[in-house]
Design a protein around this ligand. Structure first.
Ligand SMILES: [Zn+2]
Length: 207
């Protein structure tokens, strides 16, 4: 039996703890928001073992918890510098009371993940934006690539609208219709429902 725990950060980003088999108890943490306490408490309370953190991209609301995380951290290295420099990202968010310490540890390329996890590069929101697919469970974690009702903005550093459109057509359409999408913000939904109801996805998908 699998287990998916969802934590929504005060920054509004979602963090997920995915445990494909609760008997072996190896958990993957999808994204590391600044407020990681409840997530680590959940893992401890279940006696799960951390298999690693998988970062969908380097924005601070998905990565600032890196300093508090004791385990391997996987990221598309195109977003490595972004994740290591939260000061730059936080300049426009003066209302947030955050301590953006730089992350000094090693970051591992998502290319090194095991074969049970399919890694999809979907640039557009950032250059290194990545989705993580768990085929055995029929779920995909999309970060700020695709949401239930929208898509990630493309006007931030290393964002690119034409890359986003290309990623929607080449990556998002690859996921089976009955898959559940767990996005970086907001509620989960099926691929089919998003294709039918998400106006921006509909607008950008080729017929
Ligand atoms: Zn983002």
């Amino acid at each position: 039996m699998d287990d998916i725990y969802t934590y929504t950060s005060f920054t509004t980003s979602n963090c997920y703890v995915l445990t494909p088999d609760v008997n072996d108890g190896i958990s993957y943490v999808i994204d590391l928001p600044p407020d990681l306490g409840d997530v680590l408490n959940y893992i401890n309370s279940k006696n799960f073992t951390i298999g690693g953190a998988l970062l969908t991209h380097g924005h601070f609301d998905h990565s600032l918890g890196m300093s508090a995380f004791d385990g391997s951290i996987y990221i598309n290295l195109d977003d490595e510098q972004l994740a290591r420099n939260p000061e730059e990202q936080l300049k426009g968010f003066s209302g947030l009371n955050l301590n953006p310490s730089k992350y000094e540890g090693d970051l591992i390329s998502v290319d090194n993940l095991n074969n049970d996890i399919k890694v999809h590069s979907n640039p557009g929101h950032t250059k290194g934006s990545t989705s993580f697919e768990f085929p055995n469970m029929g779920v995909v974690f999309t970060g700020d690539f695709v949401f239930k009702d929208g898509i990630g903005r493309t006007d931030l550093y290393s964002g690119n609208t034409s890359e986003m459109i290309n990623s929607l057509n080449s990556v998002f359409t690859m996921f089976p219709n009955d898959y559940l999408v767990y996005p970086g913000h907001g509620d989960k939904d099926t691929v089919k429902s998003i294709k039918n109801n998400n106006l921006l996805v509909r607008e950008y998908l080729n017929d």
